[in-house]
Design a protein around this ligand. Structure first.
Ligand code: PLP
Length: 274
């Protein structure tokens, strides 16, 4: 397996990053997960835009887009696979112990792993912890993911594959690695970015392609929504058949199934939707 590090391809086994890299010591880093279909990245321009926004939010130097593109292409060429998940990681780099950044430049790593097509539906749980809709990191795709790791472990304990968060004012927000949509009276709704959720790329495409509305929703909308679905790079559009103890028989329901079809068709025709 080859990865990109320090400006070129390296063997995964021998590639080395400093043990004082701030991505490791203080979680000072950002990332993107990009789907790759037969060696071609999906929506890479949008991912590079979000990477730049996250870098700006953290005060990291703007990543060199051309280098990141070249790195993705090189890693995909070196590791052929039918369905892959590219991981772009960009950290504060080697620095002193503590939170101050050092003089050293950022670290860029691009790696790829095999992926599989998601099942059409899954189970989710809600967790008692909140997303902060007004935090310094809100909306940035940072490597500080420990909260998501804890919430996902809680979901797994209950036989689910995703945990959903509300925010500090009791509104529905997002999952650990996905955005959430609900169907109410035949209309599709998803929480607005102001809820504190990540501006998911799959979310944005789903809103554009299905006309879903961005609506403030109470967390307990999950108790009576007609249908619920998730979106993410690795799930695309995925129906939900159980929320906590509530079964949603027949999932994916008709509105979700249509959204899945629209997404698959549009994404299949345009690998880099503007
Ligand atoms: N929300 C969070 C917290 C995420 O980590 C992700 C993706 O990893 C998403 C939402 C979905 O975003 P995207 O559709 O860009 O993958």
């Amino acid at each position: 397996m080859k990865i990109w590090l320090d400006g070129g391809l390296q063997d995964t086994e021998s590639a080395r990053v400093s043990v004082f890299d701030h991505g490791l010591t203080v979680g000072d880093g950002i990332f993107e997960t990009v789907k790759a279909v037969h060696g071609r990245p999906f929506a890479l321009t949008r991912h590079l835009d979000r990477l730049a926004r996250s870098a700006h939010g953290l005060g990291l130097p703007e990543p060199d887009r051309d280098e990141v593109r070249r790195a993705c292409e090189a890693v995909l060429d070196a590791n052929p696979m039918p369905l892959g998940r590219l991981r772009i990681t960009y950290t504060g780099g080697h620095g002193p112990l503590g939170s101050d950044r050092g003089e050293h430049g950022p670290t860029l790593v691009v790696a790829v792993g095999e992926s599989t097509r998601r099942p059409d539906t899954t189970a989710v749980v809600t967790v008692p912890w909140t997303r902060n809709e007004r935090g310094a990191l809100t909306g940035l795709k940072t490597t500080s993911y420990a909260e998501n790791v804890v919430a996902l472990a809680r979901a797994r304990e209950q036989g689910a594959t995703e945990a959903l968060f509300g925010n500090t004012v009791g509104q529905l927000c997002e999952g650990t690695g996905s955005n959430v949509f609900v169907v109410l009276d035949g209309e599709i709704h998803t929480p607005p970015i102001a809820s504190g959720c990540l501006a998911g790329i799959t979310r944005a495409l789903t809103v554009e392609w299905t006309g879903a509305k961005e609506t403030d929703l109470p967390l307990d909308v999950l108790e009576d929504a007609d249908e619920v679905f998730l979106t993410s790079t690795l799930r695309d559009v995925q129906g939900v058949h159980r929320v906590d103890g509530r079964e949603l028989p027949g999932a994916p329901g008709p509105v979700t199934a249509k959204a899945m079809r629209i997404f698959d068709e549009r994404a299949g025709h345009d690998l880099d939707p503007a």
